[in-house]
Design a protein around this ligand. Structure first.
Ligand SMILES: C[S@@+](CC[C@H](N)C(=O)[O-])C[C@H]1O[C@@H](n2cnc3c(N)ncnc32)[C@H](O)[C@@H]1O
Length: 255
């Protein structure tokens, strides 16, 4: 079987969500990216706003956004390619009134006009190539209200990060989860599998594939989609972005 655009035969836009939905909150629920939600709040008016999340997953970030907004009741929308994920988001009490759709956000996004569109935790890197990122950015551009922003949280991956690895994620007496990764620096792609071996149970594989972009590459695709970089920081707290930064929180407005 030959490699596909994701660099992994058999991988599709639904694969990540379908493979991780059952463990996502347990594994990633306490990610320390609360500062990204702070950045989102700074990009919102004090009054209720229309908000769209691309790659909403289990609703982890939208749930935190609801908490951060206090008594302000925003109109929330989320899209995810995996129905296994959107089903979980729909069960989050704080998202009871949210519109949650299952779609590939590089092909279609929920119609409407939004005061904020955001894509957190490297989710834009789930798209496999320039074409799909360009399409997603154009779609996002098309639903931004005047003055609204698309805010992205993404890692800055460096060539020296390139390595193929097998490491242990967790281990108990009856279960081990191995993390197997392959990094193709030329293709700017990292693929991986979490391999779960549990006593008396079949092996579980959780595959993932990211195609990362340098900030300047993302900016160039954004320009092509009719967006312009309005603000970039090294985190959601407003720390200055420098050539040494390993993460960026970037806000794009309409060009
Ligand atoms: C790393 S998770 C992040 C989920 C959530 N934003 C968070 O921060 O917890 C990436 C999510 O993007 C979804 N996803 C991946 N490719 C997608 C695509 N092409 N269209 C829509 N959703 C996608 C996955 O199913 C998954 O739920």
């Amino acid at each position: 079987m030959s490699a596909n655009v994701f660099g992994m035969p058999g991988y599709t836009p639904e694969t990540y969500g379908d493979s991780f939905a059952d463990v996502y909150d347990e594994w990633y629920g306490d990610l320390a990216d609360h500062d990204f939600v702070d950045a989102l709040v700074r990009n919102l008016p004090a009054s209720p706003a229309r908000v769209l999340e691309l790659g909403v997953g289990t609703g982890r970030l939208l749930d935190r956004l609801v908490a951060a907004r206090g008594t302000v009741r925003d109109d929330l929308t989320g899209v995810d390619s995996s129905a296994a994920m959107t089903v979980r988001a729909a069960a989050v009490p704080s998202l009871a009134g949210a519109r949650l759709e299952t779609a590939d956000f590089s092909r279609s996004i929920p119609g409407g006009t939004y005061d904020l569109v955001f894509c957190g935790y490297n989710t834009l890197f789930n798209l496999p190539d320039d074409d799909s990122v360009s399409r997603a950015l154009s779609l996002a551009r098309g639903v931004l209200a005047p003055g609204a922003r698309l805010v992205v949280d993404a890692a800055v991956v460096r060539p020296e990060d390139a390595s193929d690895d097998v490491t242990v994620r967790t281990m108990t007496a009856g279960r081990v989860v191995l993390s197997v990764t392959r990094h193709d620096a030329a293709a700017q792609r990292i693929i991986g599998q979490f391999v779960e071996l549990a006593d008396g149970r079949p092996v579980t594989l959780r595959p993932w594939s990211v195609r990362y972009l340098a900030p300047a590459q993302l900016d160039a695709l954004a320009v092509g989609a009719g967006l312009r970089l309005a603000e970039r920081h090294a985190d959601g707290r407003g720390t200055e972005f420098t050539p040494d930064s390993r993460r960026h929180v970037s806000a794009y407005g309409c060009a």
